[in-house]
Design a protein around this ligand. Structure first.
Ligand code: SF4
Length: 218
């Protein structure tokens, strides 16, 4: 695709997305607008299906939904509540450590800047950017495996890692699309532009996509 076609890409995906499920962290944010829940839900969502993350978050928040309340739970109780999310034991420990730091250093609030977020245990660039964009409405680009894969398939970028994709998008993507790009490409990646054998025959972007790196499609 040509760079100027990004506007068409966003417009077509926005239209198509009306028929798709919204990613779980976005759905949770729409309901609560709570940066703490964005943070914890995103930690839970790593390497875990959205349905599993959604159910685990609801069980957890029904019992405790603030740093102080979560610190009253044992690691074993958190494990029970969030099971079967991926790496639930490690995540239970991370959640407790995050809550302790939030209380000790930030008075129980979630930092609204990238660097202090990245210092929290279990928090990488994807999670930190989601907290900024969805939790605080600040500019940021959340790059996960879907955003990385699809930006490259479309020929919009040529990058080797999600971190490089984030920096390349910061240079190139018009800022008005920074926050929505994650939702659109995650939903698109879950529904059509799948990791293995994407549905190119039904894709609204097929006319502009060089399908870089796609070996099999449907
Ligand atoms: S044409 Fe295929 S590879 Fe390209 S964006 Fe659409 S589904 Fe993905």
């Amino acid at each position: 695709m040509q760079d100027h076609q990004i506007h068409e890409v966003i417009e077509k995906l926005t239209t198509a997305a009306r028929a798709w499920n919204v990613p779980i962290v976005t759905e949770m944010t729409r309901r609560t607008r709570d940066p703490f829940k964005v943070l914890i839900t995103t930690v839970l969502s790593l390497r875990t299906k959205d349905e599993t993350t959604g159910a685990a978050s609801e069980r957890l928040y029904a019992e405790a939904d603030t740093p102080a309340a979560l610190l009253k739970l044992s690691a074993e109780r958190i494990e029970e509540l969030i099971y079967p999310v991926g790496f639930y034991r490690t995540k239970a420990q991370s959640i407790l450590q995050i809550c302790r730091i939030l209380l000790d250093k930030y008075g129980g609030a979630v930092p609204a800047e990238l660097d202090p977020l990245l210092e929290l245990p279990g928090v990488g660039r994807k999670t930190a950017n989601l907290v900024l964009t969805l939790g605080y409405g600040k500019p940021g680009i959340c790059v996960d495996t879907h955003v990385h894969r699809i930006s490259n398939r479309l020929g919009y970028l040529s990058t080797k890692t999600p971190d490089k994709t984030e920096f390349a998008l910061r240079d190139k993507l018009p800022q008005q699309y920074w926050i929505i790009i994650n939702d659109l490409l995650v939903a698109f990646g879950q529904n059509l532009c799948k990791p293995v054998s994407p549905f190119c025959s039904r894709c609204p972007l097929a006319h502009l996509c060089p399908r870089t790196g796609v070996r099999h499609s449907r």
